[in-house]
Write a protein that binds this ligand. Structure first.
Ligand code: KG4
Ligand code: ZN
Length: 421
């Protein structure tokens, strides 16, 4: 289906198609144009609210994927200073900012809650205390405005972001890499995903954050209020990715699962040894910090790339992706890393696959992805008007879809060599 038609309601699609069947005289052309303008005039808008982790986000988007208003309050500075996310601290910060952030998004769109068609909110997965703040606020908004409430799965929203920023049709492969998650899935439809593999322990963003902490990067003024991932990526640009050889994880296990805790512990041990060898105190910065950052980042990329390689081969084996238009979407906070993107581009080139990464600001948590996922649900014909908002609850843990990772294991796909650098 063409890009504009994808976002057209079924009823309007039928009207446009019936016009197009009429022979090509000027009257039919006028009717086609009038059908299109009816569609574009009947604009829908959704307000999205995100509080699942450490960002309070809100946005209003329309059915054409335009962001009409957006606001975001990142807590990253507080958590970097504290050395990690403490859920009660994150909850309190969401409580302080949620009303202001939602109002700011609406003000920027020059709208009120009465103008939007629905309110979408992240209800799963995430930190329980944080999810509750967003859901409670969304419920109060719909109670006040009488609008439908659309519950959103945070990871599905990350995946579908690419359909707003780029033209991506179902089915597509998606790698979601963030501070709390790491998974490979096939997105078959708006709310229909199959899971190929996920992290057995840490998420890559968590590993980036812990290594950044071990390297005391927050003591450098330019990194005092950015995430560990951003600090490592910035320093790595000046370093040699092959300076230190960190072990590749799960090489003997032919799955699409991930593991980052081994890589993280090896890197931490290596840093402690380097501090001792170079006589650098625990609070100081190692002189070869750029090489360490580059080697660690390369270690993360190698592991991600091998799992993506296997997932593409598995999809080919089972016909899970269109033969002539395979797409890999990479999203989540770590997906904004340019070095990782360019490495994954090489894997995609090897398998004639298109790589799509939303712009970095839409890879990290934000309200736009929640609003857009709500819009996709509305456009797919789901009706939320009858559902009782008060019955909606949050779930801290919730799989993205059916888990077929055992089929990946059974396929036992051996990987051909891969050259990333
Ligand atoms: O998706 P996100 O905003 O929040 C969730 O975890 O859901 O991801 C945040 C994570 C943090 O761990 C952060 O260090 C990491 O994404 N991150 C990065 C980069 N930007 C953010 N990791 C590597 N390179 C980056 N440029
Ligand atoms: Zn996220």
């Amino acid at each position: 289906m063409s890009a504009p038609m994808r976002h057209v309601s079924r009823c309007c699609q039928r009207r446009i198609s019936s016009c197009l069947r009429v022979s090509g005289n000027s009257e039919s052309k006028t009717r086609v144009l009038s059908a299109f303008s009816t569609y574009f005039d009947t604009k829908k808008t959704v307000l999205g609210i995100e509080t699942s982790c450490d960002d309070t986000g809100a946005a209003v988007v329309d059915n054409r994927g335009r962001v009409l208003g957006e606001a975001l309050n990142s807590q990253v500075k507080v958590h970097v200073e504290a050395g990690g996310i403490l859920p009660p601290v994150a909850r309190n910060l969401h409580v302080e900012s949620i009303a202001g952030v939602v109002q700011e998004a609406l003000d920027r769109a020059s709208m009120t809650v009465h103008d939007v068609d629905a309110v979408a909110v992240t209800v799963e997965p995430g930190l329980a205390l944080c999810l509750k703040v967003g859901l409670d606020h969304a419920k109060s908004v719909v109670r006040h405005s009488g609008k439908p409430l659309i519950p959103i799965h945070h990871m599905q929203a990350h995946a579908l972001m690419a359909r707003m920023s780029d033209r991506v049709d179902f089915p597509f492969l998606v790698l979601l890499i963030s501070g709390g998650h790491c998974l490979l899935a096939v997105a078959k439809d708006v709310a229909d995903f199959v899971l190929l593999g996920e992290s057995l322990d840490d998420a890559p963003g968590e590993a980036f954050d812990k290594i950044a902490r071990q390297l005391n990067l927050k003591n450098l003024p330019q990194f005092s209020s950015v995430s560990g991932g951003v600090a490592i990526e910035t320093l790595a640009r000046e370093g040699n990715p092959k300076a230190f050889d960190l072990p590749l994880m799960l090489t003997q296990i032919r799955t699409c699962d991930f593991s980052f805790s081994g890589l993280k512990s090896q890197a931490k041990r290596f840093i402690a040894r380097e501090e001792e060898r170079q006589g650098v105190s625990r609070e100081d910065i190692l002189p070869n910090v750029a090489d360490i950052c580059a080697s660690f980042q390369y270690g993360v990329l190698k592991h991600l790339a091998r799992r993506v390689q296997r997932s593409l081969l598995f999809c080919e084996l089972h016909g899970l992706l269109p033969k002539h238009k395979k797409t890999l979407v990479v999203s989540g906070g770590v997906g904004s890393n340019q070095f990782i993107r360019s490495g994954l581009q090489k894997v995609c080139d090897m398998y004639s696959t298109q790589l799509v990464c939303p712009p970095p600001r839409l890879c990290t948590d934000n309200g736009v992805m929640i609003a857009w996922n709500g819009m996709e649900k509305l456009l797919s014909g789901q009706d939320f008007s009858a559902a009782h908002p008060e019955a909606v609850d949050f779930q801290p843990k919730c799989p993205i879809g059916e888990d077929i990772s055992s089929a990946v294991r059974d396929a036992s796909i051996k990987l051909p060599p891969l050259k990333l650098l």
